[in-house]
Design a protein around this ligand. Structure first.
Ligand code: DHB
Ligand code: FE
Length: 260
């Protein structure tokens, strides 16, 4: 996003006024000094230069937006989109990787059925858009490795082949890591796969699916993101050879009646 996108001017003005008013409360409550305000301003400059503004906003506020809009509508719990959604290629075979995963990278076969919450009926042709970090917790931010779109079949079933993502901790060397370290906190996200589901050209659900292999499920630095209903039940499908482990999991997607 290079410019301020079109937000209704009156709405923007009202939100800005409220933001400043709320922040004044913080300044008064903590008797924040002008020097400290400048520390914050300099931090924001560094944050912007590093391209991590979206991440910090998401970490602090996106789950609150998800919960405030409360669009689950009886379906799968929505979750934050996060900063790294992009336009992704179609993957007719469901394979999300574009280069062979490392020998030791655990593979994941993920499948499930897309249903309507209102009727329980499967949704043939539903569009599922996936993106995720790799086995080292790194997102491809310039290409489309581990990103792709699949469509549910006539029975509403989808299937992808991918690698099991690792916990995400890409902020160790940017201002977000600096801020969290300064507070004595970690800056790691529990391993997850992002998913956006559309029907008839309309986005019906944006969520994340969490990996039970993560050791950060209880302490994901996006507070409130992880929940048991969004955490996979993994079955190990191959033997115990030291080569790449293979996992399979089922995750059904239920599309609620709420407005997206
Ligand atoms: C951040 C990264 C993610 O992949 C995500 O889903 C949410 C937040 C981040 O950069 O903080
Ligand atoms: Fe993410």
């Amino acid at each position: 996003m290079s410019e301020t996108p079109a937000i209704d001017p009156a709405r923007l003005g009202a939100i800005w006024a409220d933001v400043v008013e709320q922040l004044k409360t913080v300044v008064r409550r903590h008797r924040v000094t002008q020097d400290e305000l400048h520390v914050a301003g300099d931090f924001l400059n560094r944050l912007g230069q590093s391209g991590m503004g979206r991440s910090l906003i998401d970490v602090a506020l996106a789950m609150t937006s998800v919960d405030a809009l409360d669009v689950a509508g009886g379906g799968t719990r929505p979750n934050l989109e996060g900063p790294y959604h992009a336009v992704h290629p179609e993957r007719p075979d469901g394979v999300l990787f574009e280069r062979p995963p490392a020998e030791a990278a655990p593979r994941l076969a993920l499948s499930g059925v897309v249903r309507e919450a209102a009727t329980g009926a499967p949704v043939p042709g539903a569009r599922l858009d996936f993106w995720q970090a790799d086995e080292n917790g790194i997102y491809d931010r310039t290409g489309t490795h581990l990103r792709g779109v699949v469509h549910a079949d006539a029975a509403g079933r989808y299937r992808i082949a991918t690698v099991l993502p690792s916990d995400y901790s890409e902020h160790d060397h940017d201002p977000i890591g600096e801020l969290f370290r300064a507070m004595g906190r970690h800056n790691t996200r529990a391993a997850h796969i992002h998913l956006k589901v559309s029907t008839g050209g309309r986005v019906r659900l944006t969520t994340q699916i969490f990996m039970p292999t993560s050791t950060f499920l209880e302490t994901d630095y996006v507070e409130g993101a992880v929940s048991p209903d969004l955490t996979l039940d993994l079955a190990e499908t191959s033997g115990s050879t030291p080569a790449a482990r293979r996992y399979a999991a089922e995750f059904d997607v239920v599309l609620g009646v709420g407005a997206p």
